[in-house]
Design a protein around this ligand. Structure first.
Ligand code: FES
Length: 110
């Protein structure tokens, strides 16, 4: 199995090669279909798909990005299947899941 390589600006983001991942499936991010594998967090799928801005603060200017990657900072909030403000780093991708990057207002779930 070869690594999947993506160039994001000057950074290359890879899924590690030579790892048995199981059967791929699709999730929808902002209306577009992306490849995901069992066990990957939504944050991992966003990152390897080249999406670095997960949500935007109410000021409309500040973008939130993956920071701690372990559920502490709440910088990775997204809307999943209509539920706002879920932590992408703590949510496992599931087939057919619909993810939207957007605002961070509202209550925190999960
Ligand atoms: S990146 Fe910190 S909670 Fe998700």
């Amino acid at each position: 199995m070869s690594a999947e390589r993506y160039l994001i600006g000057t950074n290359v983001v890879n899924r590690l090669p030579n790892i048995e991942r199981g059967s791929s499936f699709s999730i929808t991010i902002n209306g577009e279909s992306y490849l995901a594998y069992p066990g990957e967090s939504v944050a991992a799928v966003l990152m390897v798909s080249g999406i670095r801005s997960f949500s935007q603060k109410d000021d409309g200017e500040t973008n939130n990005r993956l920071f701690c990657g372990m559920g502490v900072c709440h910088q990775c909030l997204v809307t999943i299947d209509g539920v706002m403000n879920l932590r992408a780093c703590m949510t496992e991708g599931q087939p057919g899941m619909k993810v939207e990057t957007e605002s961070i207002s509202g209550d925190i779930h999960s």
